[in-house]
Structure formats: C-alpha cells, structure tokens
Design a protein around this ligand. Sequence first.
Ligand SMILES: [Zn+2]
Length: 140
Amino acid sequence: MGTQLRLIIISTSEEDPVDKKKLDHYKELLLKHRQQILNVGLLNKSDDLHVAEEDLADETDLASSLIQQQLSCTIRDREYAKLRLIDAALEKIADGTYGHCEECDEEINSKRLENQPWADLCIQHAEEREREESQTWRQA
Ligand SMILES: [Zn+2]
C-alpha cells in the first residue's frame, strides 16, 4: 500500500509512467491470472464431457445441471474475454504502452492495476463501459 505514493509523483514523463520493476510485477500477475484461467478452462471442459447418470434420472437435477452448464458457459465466456485482455496487456507491457486508459490515455490508478492488472481503462471509463455492457446483457 505504501508504494502508491511514490508512483503518483512520476507523471510528466510520457514514455515510462510505470517503472520497470512495477511492469515486471504486473507481468507476473498477468501471467499468473492467465495460467489460472487456462487451468479452469481445462477443468470445465472435462466437466461438460462427463454428465453423471444419476443426474439424468431426476428431472429437477437435470434442470439444475443445465442451468449449471449455462452458468459455467457464461463464466467461461467472461474468463476468455479476460484472457484476451490479459494478452493485450502483456503486449502493451512489451511495447511500453501499458497502464494507460484506452479512451482518454490517462494513467490507470496503480491500485486498480493491482486488483485488475489487465485493466485497459481508467476507473471512470471502465464504469462507463460496464454500464453499457450491463444494458446490453439486459436486452439479450
Ligand atoms: Zn479514461
């Protein structure tokens, strides 16, 4: 937590807003999340292939297992969307543009990057996009 203050001070240099050490740190976080998603993805796949026979015997169970499958599908979609963000973030680290908002080019708060190292928007624009997305989901 104490590291945050130090970061805010460096702001005028455009080329390297987040220092090298921090970049390595985010890169590590990103790779860790990436691995996690890939592991979960593999697990889900084998779950889908294996439908237990006792589940099929009971209609209520069948219904709930269908709901479960749909749910895990949605989660997987979201995980894969995150995976794409992670890959994009890793590319940005490589070409030195990591840590800037896609919309307004402001630096993304380091606390936010700590929680979501794949974030490509500042908090304001992320909230905006979230609102848009939740509206799209409600319409669907
Ligand atoms: Zn922004």
